[in-house]
Design a protein around this ligand. Sequence first.
Ligand code: GUN
Length: 292
Amino acid sequence: MTLIDGKAIAQRINEQTRAAVAELTARGVKPGLAVVVVGDDPASHAYVRSKEKTSTELGMHSVKHALPHDTTQAQLLEVVRTLNNNPAIHGILVQSPPPKHIDERAIVEALDPRKDVDGFHPINVAKLALGDADAFVPCTPLGCQRLLIESGIETAGANVVVLGRSMIVGKPMALLLMNKGRGGDATVTVAHSRTRNLAEVCSRADILIAAIGQPEFVKANFVREGAVVIDVGINRVADPSSAKGSRLVGDVAFAEVAPKCSAITPVPGGVGPMTIAMLMHNTVLAAQRISR
Ligand code: GUN
């Protein structure tokens, strides 16, 4: 069983990004990333902090807008419009999910698609579905695909089951894997909470991508002997035995699943660092495209 080291792979990719940032900066285009977070969800703030930290470390111009929970739709739209019009900003990310009173769809549609480094704008969703090379692709599925490529895991002709159908992970993951080319050409099944015989469907996968958002949902009987398992989940669960009182687990019951796999990602240290690396990569792409 191979443990796929997402942290090490992400570090390698970040070094390439650092070089690209230096080159752009020397040309007078310092890549700029703005992250916007509304409300005080601790997990969202933790994600935003690490995005801001990594972008700064890689030499980017980094801006964070932490807005109070009671920010109105109009105020948030105004922040997005201001960032759209700011030439020092090439990538904009509004952390999801926002508070309930915010219409997230309208916020995403207000983004300049050329600055939509999350790949959530309908223009970018359509481009991904069309297989256009200049789509911005959501960072988590892009990171999963890159993990497979960097680990030498062949997707062409493989039976891949994507467990989860969200707009952030499951749907774009399925599109990426079925598109033509490197890291694609797979036979893709999308399974979810309403799928009949879920364990049996998942157990047909050569590659299983777990993105259902439920702690340790995928048990040993979901996984074929020799399968590759990519665990997208980041779930905080109570753990009285740890100093913090909690720990992070994935969507996969790692202890019972790992022995059956040919390769598996750990949580933490698997997909998580790749998501951030792909956000940095997308921001460089945005700066290159806008400055061309
Ligand atoms: N929330 C969970 N994942 C993501 C992501 O990739 N981008 C944004 N904006 N919010 C998220």
